[in-house]
Write a protein that binds this ligand. Structure first.
Ligand SMILES: Cc1cc2nc3c(=O)[nH]c(=O)nc-3n(C[C@H](O)[C@H](O)[C@H](O)COP(=O)(O)OP(=O)(O)OC[C@H]3O[C@@H](n4cnc5c(N)ncnc54)[C@H](O)[C@@H]3O)c2cc1C
Length: 378
């Protein structure tokens, strides 16, 4: 099979990599993360304007540049290498995913605002009792005339403090855990009845706990079919999971590279510690885990267009493998760095924190193994 990137895809990678090296080094990122805002709106505007990055993975029919999952994978890998905190995953991959697949009549207008950097989206889906179960949605949406009325609590909504819009999953029928009765809504973040509690996450991002208290949403903001949104939600979460796998690959590349550099540099007992066989073996294992993760990430990306069961199987296989690899590579990097790996000054600990959060994002290794097994049996 030909896994070569096209000339345009190679250029996209080169362009992002150069931009991030110039404008998004570790110190610049650290300052942004520590600032009250926690992100850099100027960088987001540069992604939109200078790089045209926010439109790369949208089809031309929606005003994008005609890319797809491979472009998303390239962006996410490069973002993983630079620990980008800006909300690309929530806005373009998840928000864009719902707009692309739901057939919503006003999608083109909102996509135009995403591409220009004006609109940013956060995905308000997980709930405190959910445990990665996509069907566990207790938030309700009751039809009242020309509106739906939303009530509920969404937990750890990543990127919500920076968002202009939320994509909210809610039940229009049935009980939490059931497949039927799920619906998806686009909600303006400042709609009356929404209360947010914002906080930083361990990996330098920002998130919110969001309460919906009789929030009125026009019926025109329903994305997809009322009560039948589970396949749409699963598709978009699979796409986001594949994107998170690519980001983890970017993180792991830097964890591996940084560890090799450190082991060559750090001397103990009169020799670089990289000369010790036990550490060499560990670094070889890290390299193997990284290379296999790259292949699993490509495989999941290539399978995003497959029928639902095959797609889900591929994504779960990749996420299970990459979650374990991220843990192994991250913990090994910390161990080989010794105490230095735990300090705030060194980038390695920051990559470890992000890799650790991705390990559990959209489901841990155990969750995805169970899902894979259930899909095999189906
Ligand atoms: C008695 C005691 C002794 C301790 N001893 C030690 C010690 O010796 N060494 C040590 O290192 N620590 C120690 N700790 C710290 C302890 O390990 C941490 O407090 C704990 O791991 C954090 O878990 P939590 O339940 O408090 O927070 P959590 O709610 O799990 O959250 C922890 C962080 O993760 C973020 N977060 C949660 N979920 C997500 C998500 N889905 N996405 C992104 N971000 C998320 C939160 O915003 C928060 O920043 C000790 C704590 C106690 C109480």
């Amino acid at each position: 099979m030909d896994f070569n990137f096209t000339e345009e895809q190679a250029m996209l990678r080169e362009q992002i990599s150069r931009f991030l090296a110039d404008r998004y080094d570790f110190e610049q990122r650290r300052r942004a993360v520590a600032s009250p805002e926690g992100w850099r709106p100027d960088i987001w505007q540069a992604f939109a304007g200078e790089l045209g990055l926010l439109g790369a993975a949208f089809p031309e029919s929606l005003g994008g540049y005609g890319g797809g999952p491979v472009e998303t994978m390239i962006v996410m890998e490069e973002f993983g290498k630079a620990l980008v905190v800006e909300p690309y995953l929530g806005t373009v991959v998840i928000g864009g995913g719902f707009l692309k697949h739901s057939g919503w009549p006003q999608a083109k207008d909102l996509v135009a605002k995403i591409i220009s950097g004006e609109a940013r989206i956060a995905f308000a889906h997980a709930e405190p009792q959910g445990c990665f179960d996509t069907r566990f949605v207790a938030t309700t949406a009751r039809r009242r005339g020309e509106t739906y009325v939303l009530d509920g609590h969404k937990a750890v909504v990543i990127g919500a403090p920076w968002a202009t819009h939320l994509i909210v999953t809610a039940r229009t029928a049935s009980a939490p855990g059931e497949a039927e009765g799920l619906s998806v809504f686009l909600v303006e973040k400042n709609a009356p009845g929404i209360t947010t509690t914002d906080y930083p996450t361990v990996d330098g991002l920002r998130a919110s706990e969001i309460r919906f208290d009789a929030v009125e949403v026009p019926t025109g903001c329903l994305l997809g079919e009322e009560g039948r949104a589970l396949p749409l939600i699963e598709q978009v979460i699979d796409e986001a999971t594949a994107a998170a796998c690519a980001e983890a690959v970017g993180c792991m590349q830097k964890l591996h590279e940084g560890t090799l550099d450190y082991a060559r540099e750090r001397r103990q007992f009169g020799t670089p510690i990289g000369k010790f066989q036990a550490l060499q073996h560990r670094m070889v294992d890290m390299f193997i885990a990284l290379e296999q993760s790259v292949s699993m990430s490509y495989m999941a990306t290539m399978m995003l267009g497959a029928p639902a069961t095959e797609r889900a199987r591929a994504v779960s296989a990749a996420k299970a493998f990459i979650s374990r690899s991220a843990k192994f590579v991250g913990q090994s990097a910390i161990q080989i760095h010794g105490g230095m790996g735990m300090t705030d000054e060194l980038a390695i600990g920051h990559y470890f924190k992000r890799a650790t959060m991705i390990e559990g994002l959209f489901g841990t290794a155990d969750h995805h193994l169970r899902r894979y097994e259930a899909l095999q049996a189906a």
